[in-house]
Write a protein that binds this ligand. Structure first.
Ligand code: PPS
Length: 300
């Protein structure tokens, strides 16, 4: 199955619903039985993130590391959201993540999820799958999510910036509170050793270094030339130009409002938060982020 650009009759924006205590929209819960019963294989690699934390970037890196040499045509013909299916996404006759994942011909299979850790299908843990989690600082993550909600009908209406900020602090967005997400996965890492927890800011600071860490986690040893090619290919400007990674082939997004590959920066939050909003946010953040071992950088 692939995304069918002719089937673009997208219904009105979804409302948030409460799903096992987590805010979600029906697009991510309609196929729940099949999501929950998904049969992972031991060599599957799960890429987990809060939305807008760098999923596509890491997906592309992993895809290039695994398949860039053996199947170059894949890079020019299959969009990243099909190479790395979004497991819980369910848009009937347009995109069914579970079916896409089940039909992947590759080994390993790379699979994307935005689920809070407690909602991940249990077969991933039973099969001891490798998991790559990417986290991004809350302020930039929120800014990116805000612009994403503005431009796609499959997300709830974001409202204006100041009400969005309140919603973010309350966790009233698809996939629930950012705070629970990054903390839940961080705790999981303490008990589950096959989890590589990485940060968007580190990727921006030194992509090559973070690719090296990924390779060591995944047991891969690309040649110097290959690594150089990958590090170059995944830079923001190159991914923005690349139709297979910039989401321009998906009919559900209005790039005139905001492109998927928007800015790719650390610190864009400074262009959005007022001084008062920043103080209020920081105050609330301190109450929610109590674990001193989990630290984020909002500037680099
Ligand atoms: S999604 O919809 O949840 O899968 O989105 P996701 O891919 O997680 O996040 C999109 C943001 O990641 C930025 N991005 C990058 N930044 C730097 N370098 C590269 N190569 C890169 N690729 C994607 C993308 O621009 C979105 O962030 P913002 O801040 O909105 O630009």
């Amino acid at each position: 199955m692939s995304v069918d650009p002719d089937k673009t009759d997208i219904p009105p924006r979804p409302e948030l619903l409460d799903f096992h205590g987590v805010s979600m929209t029906h697009y991510f819960t309609d196929n729940w039985e099949n999501v929950q019963n998904f049969q992972a294989r031991p060599d599957d690699i799960l890429i987990a993130t809060f939305p807008k934390a760098g999923t596509t970037w890491v997906s592309y890196i992993l895809d290039l590391l695994h398949f860039g040499q053996i199947s170059p045509e894949r890079q020019t013909s299959i969009p990243i959201y099909e190479r790395v299916p979004f497991l819980e996404m369910m848009l009937p006759s347009v995109y069914i993540g579970v079916d896409l994942a089940n039909n992947l011909p590759t080994s390993p299979r790379l699979i994307k999820t935005h689920l809070q850790v407690q909602l991940v299908p249990k077969s991933f843990w039973e099969q001891n799958c490798k998991v790559v989690y990417v986290a991004r600082n809350a302020k930039d993550n929120m800014v990116s999510y805000f612009h994403f909600e503005r431009m796609t009908q499959v997300q709830p209406e974001p409202g204006d910036w100041s009400s969005y900020l309140q919603r973010f602090m309350k966790g009233k967005m698809a996939f629930g509170p950012w705070y629970d997400h990054v903390n839940g996965w961080w705790k999981k890492k303490q008990a589950y050793s096959n989890l590589h927890y990485m940060f968007y800011e580190d990727m921006v600071e030194d992509t090559g270094r973070e690719i090296d860490k990924l390779c060591s986690f995944l047991g891969l040893s690309p040649s110097v030339e290959e690594k150089k090619q990958i590090t170059g290919g995944v830079q923001f400007d190159n991914m923005k130009k690349n139709d297979m990674t910039n989401y321009s082939t998906i009919p559900l997004m209005d790039f005139k409002i905001s492109p998927f590959m928007r800015k790719g920066k650390v610190g864009d939050w400074k262009n959005h938060f007022t001084v008062a909003q920043n103080e209020e946010f920081d105050e609330d953040y301190k109450k929610k982020m109590k674990d001193p071992s989990l630290q984020f950088r909002t500037v680099i």
